[in-house]
Design a protein. Structure first.
Length: 140
């Protein structure tokens, strides 16, 4: 008389329900299969902690994972763009007002758009860079 695996599992489950035996420990294969389920390690067990307010828009939402902070991809993008902007402003790379400056070629006052802005127009830039190159070549 041969008994297949399904019948053996059914017999073991019946004996566990009756209290005749303890539930057998999972096999290494079963343990690996459980850990390979995506998000299994981070899944929340306390349902009271699942509902939080989005830190970007304030809307309440149910977390699907313990690392979620925002209700949607749109809010995540907004928060990311804001953090990048703050990073640049803190380092003086963006958002800094550049005061009036004299053109290195013609001397006209103009408002700088970037830190390295030296010439008022494209024509002055071409002439100024041409002079700079001729001076460098003359020094050689």
């Amino acid at each position: 008389m041969s008994v297949n695996a399904v019948e053996i599992r059914a017999i073991v489950e019946k004996m566990v329900r009756q209290g005749r035996i303890l539930k057998p420990a999972p096999t290494p294969t079963e343990r690996r299969a459980k850990l390979s389920i995506p998000g299994e390690k981070r899944r929340l067990t306390n349902t009271a902690l699942n509902v939080i307010a989005c830190d970007q828009c304030g809307k309440r939402f149910k977390k699907k994972c313990s690392v979620h902070l925002r209700c949607s991809r749109e809010c995540s993008r907004k928060a990311n763009l804001e953090s990048v902007r703050v990073w640049h402003v803190e380092r003086g790379l963006r958002g800094v007002e550049h005061g009036p400056h004299n053109c290195d070629q013609c001397g006209v006052r103009f408002k700088k758009k970037t830190r390295g802005h030296r010439f008022c127009t494209a024509e002055c830039r071409v002439l100024g860079i041409g002079k700079l190159r001729s001076n460098i070549n003359a020094m050689r």
